[in-house]
Design a protein around this ligand. Structure first.
Ligand SMILES: [Zn+2]
Length: 187
């Protein structure tokens, strides 16, 4: 087993925890998941995995250095297991890009709330298809009504995010080396 403890950043101002993650592709080049840089380094030493692209950044150990992996590919096709994106407040905010789905204001998380499109009191479920990011004033204004009743149309219909969920990349955005392997931007 490769010992990751030997690796660290030399002369790098960025805290190691915030290094760029890597995109892991199936043998058929379909994106499988996003992995942390630590995991990516470990994977890059495994024969079953091929490094397709790297970042300009290098990481160093005592004896050698390595370009930080940006895109990795499994040499043999992994059975596609559907990994559902867990439903949570944070993931709803990420899906909606911290934007109130009624008035379009983009706000810090502590100024946001979430809204049941069909109110809970009327059987609305707490899931991806019925919960949207909402600012506090819109939440109060809408109250126990549907968007139609309140005259507050939704920016878009809520849905479960795609298997490969990039919302959590936050301010990092989508790294350039990943672009050729990603489908059209997730809506
Ligand atoms: Zn609002």
């Amino acid at each position: 087993m490769y010992d990751l403890a030997d690796w660290d950043l030399a002369h790098a101002p960025t805290p190691a925890a915030s290094l760029e993650p890597a995109l892991l592709l199936n043998a058929t080049y379909e994106p499988l998941r996003v992995v942390s840089w630590r995991r990516a380094v470990v994977l890059s030493f495994i024969d079953k995995v091929e490094v397709i692209d790297v970042y300009p950044r290098r990481i160093h150990s005592v004896s050698t250095s390595l370009a930080l992996p940006a895109v990795l590919r499994l040499r043999h096709r992994a059975p596609l297991r559907v990994r559902e994106v867990p439903f949570s407040r944070t993931n709803v905010y990420a899906r909606d890009a911290l934007t109130c789905q009624y008035c379009g204001d983009r706000l810090a998380p502590h100024l946001l709330s979430y809204d049941h499109v069909l109110p809970r009191t009327r059987g609305g479920r707490t899931d991806w298809s019925n919960v949207v990011t909402c600012c506090i004033p819109c939440n109060r204004l809408k109250g126990d009504r549907t968007p139609e009743e309140a005259g507050m149309p939704l920016a878009r219909r809520p849905h479960r995010p795609a298997q490969l969920f990039l919302g959590s990349l936050g301010r990092l955005g989508i790294p350039a080396p990943w672009q050729p392997y990603l489908p059209a931007p997730a809506g």
